[in-house]
Ligand binder design. Structure first.
Ligand SMILES: [Zn+2]
Length: 824
């Protein structure tokens, strides 16, 4: 202690002894020293930051791409989609010929451009036949001189030759000579659309997925189903009528007659739409697995000579007998159809059938006719210009998806990407399996089934090796001919060829590694196939914003990783879960676990149903979109956990220049970037009403709002828009099938006391409406944070929720049912 004091005294006297000048100099030196120390510290710490930033050319490029999309002025906790996509939205101009621009359409456009360079090369003697076919289709489509000169006249002649369109023929049309099934047979022979009153397809048998069966289903009528159901007063429906009238006149009809006849046609269209079962009610597969012998079909639905009809359709590929079985998805539709067919005058039947055929062929006709189509499509989708011709023709050539896929992957696909994607898929699947092992609402029996299903889920990545084998592709197309001078005729041949390929499958066992049905490498989409329990990621989607081997892993996990997780989750969404590990319709769920699942699904249904989309003032259809929403919520979570696991095993990754975010934050930014889009409002309206995917905005924001990891990584305050207190699944309750209202309310009371939070999540008892299960009830949240959930969706809640299934999501691609990642 004492030494300290003496030194102080000494110091003070030393300072006093300095001259004024010396004091000043010392002060200046001291200040300089401080400055040098600060500069050194700053430069050292800057060097430390530098080492955490990746400055490789690929990182710089990736950073530039992200910076073009994000709007750093937006608070990520307020609206993450706007944060991740703000600049993209501001800078993207939607051309007149597009209804939307998204990461998917950008990749598709790039693939089209790449293919164009190959298709425009002249046909050479050395070209394999399959490639000659693709090039010929492209040439036929590009030959507008020929199309302008002959297409309409050719089609008019063909139609007159098989009986004629009454609206055009007028009094000369002979009703006595018309029989609707005979006309349908003519359509079949010509490769015209014959899926008019019902449609046939070849699909794996629901309960025995190792064999194929012929399935009879209701028809697809229009893209604006919900509006059509409301009837003629709707503007779009009237525009549709107007379009029919103009087409009839272009085919030679008198104006007055065209108005009158086409009014009958649209009324029939409305009537048929109204008897079709809406997609909300088609989510339970077991209700649609109804085998009928052909003999029984003729007894139940005698207005069609089924054996003759089916055999004409299958000719020359196969012949069936009265004892053969086919699957009827919706018998109730076919009972209703009888009333309509029996009460509709022959003239209207004929007008309707020819209209349906012509509608599908307008795309192959001359420009004047196509402008009428465009005029109508403007009122539905807002699109007011046609695509440039070459792009349309590349897309038509892609109808030969195996040949165009082969050309594409041989020239453009980066082969080394495949291996990395295989690892990524394994990785995410492994994470999914780990999550399955820990979910607390699953009993052990169900869990074992689920684990097995996940382990056996097969992945088809990029393309099958057969796309490099000319002989295989040659063999596949051996029965197809096209004429580069005749566009319409060539496309009719392509349709017939496709049908024959699919009918031929009726006699073959299903081979689950069937390369032909996993060869569509040029589609920028991804799939889950419930009949195969397989996932598919075509070459096209393994590039661009979705995947790049060179960039940091967080970018890939957020983009293609989310998509891989999405497809895996489809195996366990409200529809996928009805199928087992082999793709058979088998109920492998224990009752209690099933109930717990239904409650979680219900939370998702309610959460999305309560969202009103600004600009169009419509609520999301939480029932129709539930499968996709479940897949989105599960998908992004698995991808995130898989990334965290990757980091633990490898190393923490560097940041990107100009983006001062952690790897975890970058994962979410990449997930957001993947879904950036701009869309016409007309398109948005139709998609909210009729499609199975939520708009991209919600595909980002809602799963992230439900994720505690997101909230942690961005430090979003509880209750902020992106970190709401109520998250799905939060209302975890017990569903008691068959129990009475009073036992349920007792259960509610008890649980309410045990867990006060539960009171913010009270439940109502709603009877399920499945005819066979009329006594059952399920619970759904009616309170949200103590406030009643507004019920703009009450209409939706009136429909049976847990017993309807298949819908257009299971779009037929290569004649198999598959879930699509997105619909465009
Ligand atoms: Zn999906």
């Amino acid at each position: 202690m004492i030494n300290e004091q003496s030194s102080k005294a000494k110091h003070s006297s030393w300072w006093k002894r300095r001259t004024r000048m010396e004091k000043w100099l010392l002060l200046v030196v001291a200040i300089l020293v401080v400055i040098v120390v600060i500069v050194l510290a700053v430069s050292l710490s800057a060097r430390k930051i530098d080492s955490q930033v990746c400055l490789s050319p690929s990182c710089i490029q990736t950073a530039a791409q992200v910076l073009q999309k994000v709007d750093l002025n937006i608070d990520p906790c307020e609206d993450f989609y706007k944060f991740a996509c703000g600049n993209f939205i501001k800078d993207t101009v939607l051309p007149q010929y597009k209804t939307s621009i998204s990461s998917f359409s950008i990749v598709s456009d790039m693939v089209d451009e790449q293919l164009r360079t190959l298709l425009e090369k002249p046909i050479k003697d050395t070209d394999a036949r399959a490639f000659v076919l693709v090039k010929s289709i492209y040439q036929a489509c590009m030959n507008t001189t020929e199309i302008e000169a002959h297409s309409l006249e050719d089609l008019k002649k063909t139609i007159k030759g098989i009986g004629g369109w009454p609206v055009v023929e007028g009094p000369e049309w002979n009703e006595r000579l018309f029989d609707w099934t005979s006309t349908m047979y003519e359509f079949m022979k010509l490769g015209f659309n014959s899926d008019i009153f019902f449609e046939f397809s070849v699909t794996p048998d629901m309960t025995n997925s190792s064999r194929n069966s012929l399935t009879l289903d209701q028809p697809y009528i229009v893209s604006f189903d919900k509006i059509m159901r409301r009837g003629y007063n709707e503007t779009i429906v009237q525009a549709y009528h107007n379009y029919m009238v103009k087409i009839a006149i272009a085919f030679g009809a008198e104006s007055e007659r065209a108005h009158k006849h086409m009014r009958d046609v649209i009324e029939l269209d409305i009537a048929l739409t109204r008897i079709t079962v809406p997609s909300e009610k088609r989510r339970n597969s077991s209700l649609e697995d109804n085998p009928f012998t052909i003999k029984d079909l003729e007894k139940e639905f005698p207005y069609v000579p089924w054996l003759e009809y089916i055999n004409t359709m299958l000719y020359p590929v196969k012949t069936m007998t009265y004892d053969d079985r086919i699957t009827v998805t919706l018998p109730q539709y076919f009972y209703e159809l009888e009333k309509i067919i029996r009460s509709t005058p022959k003239q209207t039947m004929a007008n309707y059938m020819y209209w349906k055929v012509i509608k599908g062929l307008i795309q192959y006709l001359n420009n004047d006719i196509r402008m009428l189509q465009l005029e109508f499509s403007k009122s539905v989708s807002g699109r007011s210009q046609l695509e440039v011709r070459w792009r349309e023709c590349v897309q038509k050539a892609q109808r030969l998806y195996i040949a165009s896929g082969a050309i594409y992957v041989r020239h453009f696909f980066k082969q080394d990407a495949k291996k990395t994607i295989v690892e990524l898929v394994d990785d995410i699947k492994e994470t999914f399996i780990e999550v399955l092992k820990t979910v607390d609402w699953m009993d052990e029996v169900t869990r074992q089934h689920a684990l097995e299903k996940a382990r056996l889920m097969r992945a088809h990545i990029a393309y099958p090796d057969e796309l490099f084998q000319d002989a295989k592709i040659e063999e596949y197309y051996k029965n197809l001919t096209v004429n580069p001078l005749k566009y319409l005729e060539s496309m009719q041949n392509v349709s017939l060829f496709g049908q024959h390929v699919s009918f031929a499958k009726l006699d073959k066992p299903v081979t689950k590694q069937d390369w032909e049905s996993h060869a569509n490498a040029v589609v920028a989409n991804a799939f889950y196939d419930q009949n195969e329990n397989s996932i598919e990621f075509p070459a096209s989607i393994l590039q661009g914003v979705f995947f790049d081997k060179q960039r940091p892993h967080y970018m890939n996990y957020g983009a293609i990783g989310y998509i891989i997780g999405h497809e895996i989750t489809h195996g366990f969404d409200d529809e996928g879960r009805q199928y087992d590990k082999d793709g058979n319709l088998v109920d492998w769920w224990q009752a209690k676990t099933k109930s717990a699942f239904d409650e979680k699904a219900q939370c998702i249904i309610d959460q999305y149903s309560n969202i009103t989309v600004p600009g169009i003032n419509l609520n999301l259809n939480g029932i129709n979109t539930q499968g996709e929403n479940i897949a989105d919520n599960g998908g992004v979570k698995q991808a995130y956990l898989a990334y965290k696991k990757w980091v633990n095993k490898h190393q923490r990754e560097q940041a990107l220049p100009g983006l001062p975010y952690t790897p975890e934050q970058m994962f979410w930014i990449s997930a957001g970037n993947t879904w950036c889009d701009v869309e016409r409002i007309e398109e948005l309206r139709i998609s909210v009403m009729d499609r199975l995917h939520s708009p991209h905005y919600y595909r980002v924001n809602v799963p992230l709002m439900n994720s505690k990891y997101f909230a942690q990584d961005f430090n979003c305050p509880a209750g902020s828009p992106m970190n709401p207190v109520h998250k799905c699944p939060i209302c975890v309750n017990t569903l008691v099938p068959g129990s009475s209202t009073s036992t349920l309310s007792t259960a509610l009371r008890v649980r309410g006391q045990a867990n006060p939070e539960y009171l913010t999540c009270a439940l109502a008892v709603i009877p399920t409406m499945a005819p066979s299960k009329r006594d059952n009830y399920y619970l759904r949240p009616v309170l949200h944070q103590g406030r009643p959930i507004a019920s703009p969706t009450s209409e939706l809640h009136n429909v049976p929720q847990f017993y309807s299934t298949r819908d257009e999501r299971i779009k037929r691609i290569n004649n198999k049912r598959a879930y699509e990642l997105h619909l465009r």
